[in-house]
Design a protein around this ligand. Structure first.
Ligand SMILES: [Zn+2]
Length: 484
């Protein structure tokens, strides 16, 4: 604001209160998005507006005509904050392409996380299509403390044996080192380390609490069978949050809970009503996916999930398993889809006012689970438009505002994401609400979603007229403040 004098300033401020775009008609923005149906979950705005974007930031939101060097005509399209995925394991060029084509502008690996924060961010610096970030992982800390090579999921000693006090101390130190280097959160996969003691988990929560970091937890048990039900598992982590003060985020509640999902959601609502900071997420599919070699498939898995060999689908070939093929693949390892949920459970989770949407996605050379490529379009096409299980603005709230708010305490820059607001980052997803739909399947998981028309990351178009743009790398790190 230069040399406009006091009266001018007052006029501008008053003008801004009435219409943020007053006196902007002569400004030419880098990009304007005209006539779109702008939906902003924070203000519950759902109205036709024009947007002006410059230098990666939303500069104007107006009913007035705006001019720009580049113009997108968004007539008939929804203009939403870009989707923020709190649970995306695949963090490479292949995975980012599929996320972008599903409307995701920020993909975070918060459940499994990493053991080396600096190296993880350095690998992606200035190279990515979308924004990225990671947690400090308890699994990685446990593998390192037990002197095992740090792989995605533990399969050796770190998966199965109890830790000594010295090893627990070393894990705490590793998580603390990661948080000091700006890890977004702390990640847990307790079902992958069934002999991690309750005290060990509490100790990790204590570290997270000290740094205001949310704990993103794949819980100790799944299903309804007692002892060892998902209800008991949720008691463990709600207790840990209450005892330590760490914020708790329960991942994929519907795949862990199965038929107990409504009870788990009730418990979370009750914990929140007592003032605890507890949130959760889900994805819109009736099958999960994990490594066949992991502890999840130790003796008794059929009873835990109430399924059999035929309910397992080998990702590499699409074949359903038998006892013979299960035993064979269990020796080599590899990803397997687990058909353990009903459509009713998924519907309950998606439409619950407590859940965020998060994909749990990972694709490896086109193989994997369809959730990687299709989660967000599937919610908007299948659950919002076709089933009318929830409203469009509520679905978008679960994909944008709530994930941003989950992380704001630790990562203040998230206050500029998940919103269509003057001053917010220009991470935007523009889609056709009449045609948006997932196309990826369990047989062919690597198919882009349909109906996503334009995607911007930090003001740069990465999807234009439904075409992925090449040679652009506007993605930036999402990282808590740390000493440079
Ligand atoms: Zn998980």
């Amino acid at each position: 604001m230069k040399r406009i004098g006091l009266l001018g300033s007052i006029a501008l401020i008053l003008g801004a209160l009435i219409s943020p775009s007053i006196s902007t008609s002569q400004v030419a923005y880098d990009l304007v998005i005209l006539n779109g149906r702008v939906i902003d979950p924070e203000t519950r705005t759902d109205a036709v507006r024009n947007l002006g974007i410059s230098n990666g930031t939303i500069k104007a939101i107006s009913t007035n005509k705006l001019t720009g060097r580049n113009v997108i005509d968004a007539r008939g399209l929804v203009v939403s904050p870009g989707f923020i995925d709190l649970h995306q394991h695949g963090q490479d060029e292949e995975n980012y392409r599929f996320k972008a084509m599903d409307g995701v502008t920020t993909a975070l690996e918060l459940e499994v996380g990493t053991g080396d924060i600096d190296a993880w961010y350095a690998q992606r610096d200035q190279k990515t299509l979308i924004n990225y970030g990671v947690s400090a992982g308890h699994l990685a800390a446990r593998m390192a403390a037990m002197h095992e090579p740090v792989t995605f999921l533990p399969t050796g000693d770190a998966a199965r044996r109890a830790a000594t006090d010295t090893e627990i101390g070393e894990m705490k130190q590793r998580l603390e080192d990661g948080l000091k280097r700006g890890a977004v959160a702390v990640g847990f996969g307790i079902q992958y380390t069934p002999n991690a003691s309750r005290w060990e988990i509490l100790e990790m929560f204590r570290v997270a609490a000290k740094y205001g970091a949310s704990c993103h937890v794949h819980m100790r048990h799944a299903g309804v069978k007692e002892p060892g039900s998902s209800i008991q598992a949720l008691e463990e982590v709600i207790s840990a949050a209450a005892i330590t003060g760490a914020p708790l985020h329960v991942v994929h509640i519907q795949s862990t809970g199965g038929p107990a999902t409504p009870k788990l959601l009730q418990m979370i609502a009750e914990a929140k009503s007592r003032g605890l900071d507890v949130t959760t997420e889900c994805y819109p599919y009736i099958a999960g996916m994990t490594d066949i070699k992991s502890a999840i498939f130790d003796e008794g898995w059929q009873e835990v999930f109430n399924i059999d060999y035929k309910d397992l689908q080998w990702a590499a070939t699409g074949e359903r398993l038998t006892k013979e093929s299960f035993d064979r693949y269990r020796k080599t390892g590899g990803m397997v889809a687990v058909f353990s949920m009903t459509e009713e459970v998924v519907n309950t989770a998606i439409s619950s006012p407590l859940t965020m949407i998060a994909s749990d996605g990972i694709l490896d050379k086109g193989k994997g689970h369809p959730r990687t490529a299709g989660t967000y379009s599937r919610v908007l096409g299948n659950y919002v438009r076709e089933k009318k299980a929830l409203t469009l603005i509520d679905a978008l709230t679960k994909m944008t505002l709530w994930p941003a708010q989950r992380l704001e305490r630790r990562v203040p820059s998230m206050k500029n994401k998940g919103r269509v607001r003057v001053g917010a980052d220009a991470d935007l997803t523009i889609f056709d609400p009449q045609s948006i739909i997932d196309r990826s399947t369990f047989q062919d998981p690597a198919i882009y979603s349909g109906g996503i028309k334009f995607v911007l990351v930090n003001g740069v178009l990465i999807v234009k007229d439904s075409q992925l743009q090449s040679g652009v790398t506007p993605g930036r790190p999402i990282r808590a403040p740390y000493p440079k």
